[in-house]
Design a protein. Structure first.
Length: 206
């Protein structure tokens, strides 16, 4: 085990809670123990939602600290996981969240295929839950705002008619703010006005 992650002393420090393994080390350990990364997070942090919240926390810290190296490392890590299992939609979503955080620094959009895959997922959402809303919140800046407008409109409409849980509804304003920023960057004046009106009046009317 020591050879796998660097040294036996590092293993001892991890076992005695004197340090925490980084993401790459966790990935190596999971492979050695023949468990998935998600199984590890499920055992430590609970359900799928907790995995999402853990990732959100890491991404927010990396963004605030302008830690592009950490985000690059995470992108490489999740890209490798996705390459190993390209049919795992959750891994793809995690990869997109990491890339969106990194792309936010330079206001880059996702590739055409990546955008389409995300939009296809959002199109299939029947009841917007925390996971779906959080995914949209984190990735909206890397999407063509014209393509995502119908989903934001539907989310706001459902929230106004109390069809979204109170806990999940806390994400609505963040989604609108991120959508407003994306519309400014993409120079979509019409949608800027819509988002500003939603923020001012809390309604989804056009």
């Amino acid at each position: 085990m020591g050879t796998l992650i660097g040294s036996q002393s590092m293993v001892s420090r991890i076992e005695n809670n004197q340090t925490e393994p980084n993401d790459h080390t966790l990935f190596l350990l999971c492979r050695a123990l023949n468990i998935s990364f998600d199984e590890y997070f499920n055992s430590v942090f609970g359900q799928r939602e907790s995995i999402l919240e853990k990732l959100e926390s890491v991404l927010l810290t990396s963004y605030i600290e302008n830690d592009r190296q950490q985000l690059n490392n995470l992108t490489e890590f999740y890209f490798q996981r996705f390459s190993d299992d390209p049919n795992d939609l959750a891994i793809f979503h995690q990869l997109m969240m990491v890339k969106a955080t990194l792309f936010h620094f330079d206001f880059k959009l996702a590739s055409f295929d990546e955008q389409n895959k995300l939009i296809e997922y959002f199109f299939g959402v029947q009841e917007w839950q925390y996971y779906d809303l959080s995914l949209l919140e984190w990735t909206i800046n890397m999407l063509d705002i014209k393509k995502i407008i119908p989903y934001v409109f539907e989310i706001v409409r459902r929230n106004n008619s109390k069809q979204i849980s109170h806990r999940s509804s806390n994400l609505i304003e963040k989604i609108i703010i991120n959508a407003l920023e994306a519309s400014i960057v993409q120079e979509n004046t019409k949608q800027q006005n819509v988002f500003c009106r939603w923020l001012s009046y809390g309604r989804a009317d056009r």
